[in-house]
Design a protein around this ligand. Structure first.
Ligand code: SF4
Length: 89
């Protein structure tokens, strides 16, 4: 992705991300705590596709063990599974 593409993506997220109005702890709950509230916020977010694209860029280069919290309507576990499935395909 070009710098221009990344800036556009970040601009879209900055304007439309529902999570910006929600306490961070909702998206990074304590281990074993519910992620339902964060997933509900994501389900009503208009920029979920852009968020998924951004998370792919950010998390695409880190170890799966460093993936935490809810993002793009998915838990960290779900994002790890999606990434593993993409690697196999
Ligand atoms: S999809 Fe979820 S994590 Fe992504 S910007 Fe929207 S509310 Fe935030």
């Amino acid at each position: 992705m070009t710098d221009r593409g990344l800036r556009r993506l970040l601009g879209v997220l900055a304007e439309g991300a529902n999570c910006l109005a929600v306490p961070l702890e909702v998206f990074f709950p304590e281990p074993c705590a519910s992620t339902a509230d964060a997933l509900l916020v994501c389900s009503r977010c208009y920029v979920v596709e852009e968020c998924a694209e951004y998370m792919g860029l950010v998390e695409g280069h880190v170890s799966p063990t460093r993936m935490h919290g809810v993002a793009a309507g998915l838990t960290a576990s779900q994002r790890r599974e999606a990434r593993a499935a993409q690697a196999v395909a």
